[in-house]
Design a protein around this ligand. Sequence first.
Ligand SMILES: Nc1ncnc2c1ncn2[C@@H]1O[C@H](COP(=O)(O)OP(=O)(O)OP(=O)(O)O)[C@@H](O)[C@H]1O
Length: 650
Amino acid sequence: MTTPSGAGPDPGAIEVLDRDAGDPDLAIGATGLLGELNRAGVLAVADVHVAERLGVLGAEPDESVRLATALAVRAARSGSVCVDLTQAPQLAPDVAWPEMGPWVERVRASVLLDDTGPLRWEYDRLYLTRYRQEEEQVRADLVARTRQAPPDVDSDRLAAGLERLFVLAEGGNAGVAAGVADQRAAARAVVTGWTTVLGGGPGTGKTTTVARVLSLLLDQPVPGHRDRSSTATPLRVALAAPTGKAAARLQEAVNAEAGRFDPADRHGLDRLEAVTLHRLLGSVPGRSQRFRHDRQHRLPYDVVVVDETSMVSLTLMARLLAAVRPDCRLVLLGDPDQLSSVDAGAVLADLVDGLPGLAGEPPTPSAAPDAASFASTAGDNRPVPTVSGSPPTVITPPSVVLLRHPFRFGSAIAALAEAVRDGEADRALDLLSGDDGHLRLVVDGRDPSVRRPVVEAALAVVAAARRGDAERALDHLLQHRLLCAHRTGPRGVSDWEARVERWAAESGVTVQPGRWYLGRPVLVTMNDYALGLYNGDSGVTIADGDGGLRVAFPSVTGWRTFAPRRLAAVQTTHALTVHRSQGSQFGHVTFVLPEADSPLATRELLYTALTRARNGVTLVGTPEELRSAVERPVTRASGLRQRLRDRRDL
Ligand SMILES: Nc1ncnc2c1ncn2[C@@H]1O[C@H](COP(=O)(O)OP(=O)(O)OP(=O)(O)O)[C@@H](O)[C@H]1O
């Protein structure tokens, strides 16, 4: 998707507020442009205060520089890594902004940009120093990974493995054949390189491919051994994801796929566990940005696979790249078109666009460093190869492979998601007005065609719950999901939650809002490692056969149930925000479109909502609201893709 970095403000970030005197959102004492933009709702109190403080500490008297500082703070708070000042006037067109040329010059000349100052200017953007350093570190670590000789690979064995594991099932059409060919290309890239980004929409086979790739890797002879043998150290593999729920899904998918392999190809992958990235890196209590594993204490793995990389922030990616050994194969999976991380950065999309820039030069094996220089590291007993005085050349380029063929969901949804991704509103509206039966746009939320699937799904869940049939209840729970962009307001989760409970009650279901009742769908809102339940897990309340209630959750073996009182943090979930639904899929999705001028009406949000559905989608809203979302890509300012394309030290 084309989301030009730094092309404009992130509309999702602008919060429009009604302001009164005494409003806690007003920065007391803020004057001039800072005060005006605070009152207009563009700058938050924290943006103003941090800018004022840095201005005082750095003895920067120029108000326009403090304004730029506040915008850099605002940018980071809103998901951007830096700010493009030339775009700033779009935030509040009626405000008298400083004249651009002289303003930029004053900012660039400010003491706040001194060597030890809090700001940096690069790629025509203003950074808080910390983010500029993280971006640069990500680039430097990725470059370092290209400067090693490629991994040793037994190509005959690899070819035989590819033939064995990536076969076109009988009856597969041309689309499937192309999909399998892409998966093979991805597998080859992972085996023969150090850094691979494997992107694709839902159901394109990313985790299936990874399971097969891991089998291929484990089938390779260990360096120094003619063959894999009991005396050889097996490859150490780590599976990780940004959230506990995503980690659990990755583990299940890899275990399940490996379970389908011939025993000789399994290599224990059917029992491999996945962890959160924070666990992998070793969280330090009270230090959310520091980890036990870092550049001095590298992770002891030969292969690290990260799923749902679109949810990984720049900071977390920087920490990960610092901690993985350069000679550890790093595989980043995810959908670059989905919503980005909550924290600053759009790393996956930047890597997909920018990494091929690093690979721009053909590999030159003759320039391979002789690995003469080694630095020993704690946390891993093997030396880490470093390159000393070697020619600055790409030897093993990183790979970006995009999988395009959806194996899981219907072609109508895939076509609609593609139109949205490509920003083609007319095509999207055409698809929605067709009579395919899987896609609908309904203007009025009270329309019976909106109510029907919602109530039918709720009744089916309750019927199974009453019988104590956990499997069926969970199955029905996944058949339909109502999604909203907002949490509150007439189109938000809380209003629709109440509406669905009212519809269910009118249809004979006993509903006790906020309490436990048969068929109550719940969402876990905090990781509970003791119970093995994760933030984002969905469950349903069923009869325990003894007059009481249990709450059933899906598990690798089918389902598990818990007494309601053991669940410390759950909420009812007849409706869900799109952000919360990331990483899950449902049979049918009803998505309540945000109003056309809502800051959440974005292409990424709509794409993410659509790709949660496997069989059908009902959009509730007007054609104008759909068009507005399709035509507004989120633009998170970042210099990473430009930095990766910049061949200054290659
Ligand atoms: N080459 C293939 N041939 C047949 N089926 C496949 C192939 N690759 C994947 N599939 C099937 O497609 C479905 C989706 O695969 P998979 O879960 O790996 O996709 P994904 O991209 O990881 O999806 P998500 O992003 O939703 O996790 C699975 O049922 C899988 O078995």
